[in-house]
Write a protein that binds this ligand. Structure first.
Ligand code: HEM
Ligand code: NAG
Ligand code: NAG
Length: 509
């Protein structure tokens, strides 16, 4: 009897049991509601890739090219299919149509990310624009990076930095040509360092040659700063992403991997702190540097110190990497295809005559834009959009998508879709000269994503890349070095050319 009393008298129950019972009840209700919702939605589930061919596709998996594997599966299973990733489901999108639906129409249900432990470290806990959820932090930071750096007006203010980048790139290539006309030039080394300088000027107000990093007790040369802020982080992100795409191979808690990622973060934070120190003092003493950091600091009440550091770092890494990827591939394709190179050269001659090509001239050079877009299509620098997470039940392509699904938008798949692009494997800039679209339009392919999260740096990437390609073809004739034609491997799961382009250049007469 005493027992019965105790059960009926909830207050007499130990708190732990009461909470557990409550949770159980909630769980039943939730499961029931979900079940009802699914029944009422009437939509079929996304077709799955049967019995995930772990063994059958082991070779592709080993290559670590998920964008290619996904595009290949799309040929059999259609533009939208699901793969099982342990407890979770991942839906892969491979056509413009379903990709657009996910990025625009259903965005409100697919606007968050679920990050692995390692990615959480690399993004400072979602403290960057590109990896944050759609929240107040995101909206504020996106507004600031556009108004200070990447928007149309900000890009006008930063014109001088771009002109210096183009001039320095030309001068250094000219210098190596004078030293040894028969030796292949290393465009990547020169261009990457110039892009990095530009990103430092736009973000922190000045370039650096070297810097004392107090927390690590050493001086870092610019090259080493580039390595810590860009190359090491890319390497870490690639390794992490890879595990996220195929979780059945997922890293079983691996101390040495975790340690490696943590060390990358420690070094990045130490170097960024050193870089920010001086411009911050400038700002505090009332001197403006006309840079992103200034803007972030004037909103210092909104952001924590760590967020300001991470946002500045983001602007640096994003400016330094993807623009290089597309420009290097464009020069590869032009050196490989002399007719296309000749056509571009003739266009530039017709428009500019004896004058150097300028940004004002770009609107007169549709073939140059076509080369840029065709290279973005064939060698999309971001082959798969960083995974998005479905936070409430929704639908895509007429299928039911339950909350908790991860979405992989395969940009590479969209840009190589046979239903949209004739002979997608060919590099053919002419395909963009149909006269149907404004050639200065930024979004001719899926390369920059779409919807609210469309790339914020598209204008900068296009301007810098087109100017570099235009000027380098105006000044030099480009020919691939021996053996370079088949050198088309890419780095890990990115589309960056694995080995730097080797090209022989000759001055135009
Ligand atoms: C050819 C070069 C580039 C390509 C192909 C590219 C591609 C992309 C893609 C696909 C996204 C969308 C990610 C998503 O939907 O989740 C993105 C976002 C973003 N990109 Fe780029 N990008 C390029 C250059 C740049 C540059 C130079 C910057 C300059 C800092 C930049 C800054 C950003 C930012 C801030 C976002 C986040 C936008 C948001 O979440 O609202 N990108 N980019
Ligand atoms: C752990 O991570 C390291 C470094 O990334 C890697 O070389 C090693 O193979 C991993 N070990 C296991 C068991 O996954
Ligand atoms: C090219 O740019 C220069 C300098 O910006 C300008 O003076 C010239 O008129 C432009 N030429 C054409 C054809 O747009």
């Amino acid at each position: 009897m005493a027992l019965m009393d105790a059960i009926l008298d909830v207050q007499a129950l130990p708190l732990g049991i009461a909470v557990a019972l409550g949770a159980l009840l909630l769980w039943f209700i939730k499961a029931y509601v979900n079940d009802q919702r699914r029944k009422s939605s009437n939509l079929p589930p996304v077709p799955g890739v049967p019995g995930l061919p772990v063994i059958g596709n082991l070779l592709q998996l080993k290559e670590k090219k998920p964008h290619k594997t996904f595009a290949k599966w799309a040929k059999t299973y259609g533009p939208i299919y699901s793969i099982k990733t342990g407890a979770n489901k991942m839906v892969v999108l491979n056509s413009n149509e379903v990709a657009k639906e996910a990025m625009v129409t259903r965005y409100s249900s697919i606007s968050t990310r679920k990050l692995s432990k390692a990615l959480t470290i690399l993004t400072g806990g979602k403290s960057i624009v590109a990896m944050s959820d759609y929240d107040d932090f995101y909206k504020m930071a996106k507004r600031l990076i556009l108004s200070s750096t990447l928007g149309t007006n900000a890009q006008k203010r930063h014109r001088g930095h771009r002109d210096i980048l183009i001039e320095n790139t030309y001068n250094q290539l000219h210098g190596s040509l004078n030293k040894n006309p028969l030796q292949a030039v290393n465009l990547r080394e020169v261009f990457q360092s110039e892009l990095f300088s530009l990103s430092l000027k736009q973000t922190l107000g000045k370039d650096v040659e070297s810097i004392y990093v107090e927390e690590l007790g050493t001086i870092f040369l610019k090259k080493e700063v580039l390595k810590v802020l860009v190359h090491d982080q890319m390497e870490g992100a690639i390794e992490v992403d890879w595990r996220d795409f195929f979780p059945f191979l997922k890293w079983i808690p691996n101390k040495s991997f975790e340690y490696k990622i943590q060390q990358m973060d420690v070094r990045r934070v130490a170097v960024m702190k050193a870089l920010i120190k001086e411009p911050k003092e400038c700002f505090e003493s009332g001197r403006e540097l006309n840079c992103y950091l200034d803007c972030l600091l004037s909103e210092a009440k909104t952001f924590t110190e760590k967020q300001i550091l991470m946002l500045s770092w983001e602007a640096i890494i994003e400016s330094s990497d993807t623009t290089l990827v597309v420009t290097e591939w464009a020069m590869y394709e032009l050196a490989k295809n002399p007719e296309n190179q000749d056509r571009l050269y003739r266009d530039i001659q017709n428009v500019c005559g004896p004058n150097k090509v300028t940004e004002e001239n770009l609107s007169q050079l549709p073939y140059l834009s076509a080369i840029f877009h065709e290279t973005l299509r064939k060698h999309s620098p971001v082959p798969i959009v960083p995974l998005r997470y479905v936070h409430e039940d929704t639908e895509l392509g007429g299928y039911y998508i339950p909350a908790g699904t991860e979405i992989a938008i395969n940009i590479y798949g969209c840009n190589n879709d046979k239903n949209v692009w004739e002979n997608p494997e060919d590099w053919k800039p002419e395909r963009f000269l149909d006269g149907e679209h404004d050639h200065m339009e930024l979004h001719k392919t899926a390369a920059f994503g779409g919807g609210k999260r469309v790339c914020a740096g598209a204008l900068q990437a296009m301007t810098i890349s087109c100017m570099t390609i235009g000027r380098l073809v105006q000044e030099f004739e480009w020919v691939l070095a021996d053996g370079e034609k088949d050198n088309v491997d890419t780095l890990g799961l990115t589309n960056q050319k694995l080995h730097p382009l080797q090209a022989i250049i000759k001055p135009r007469t």
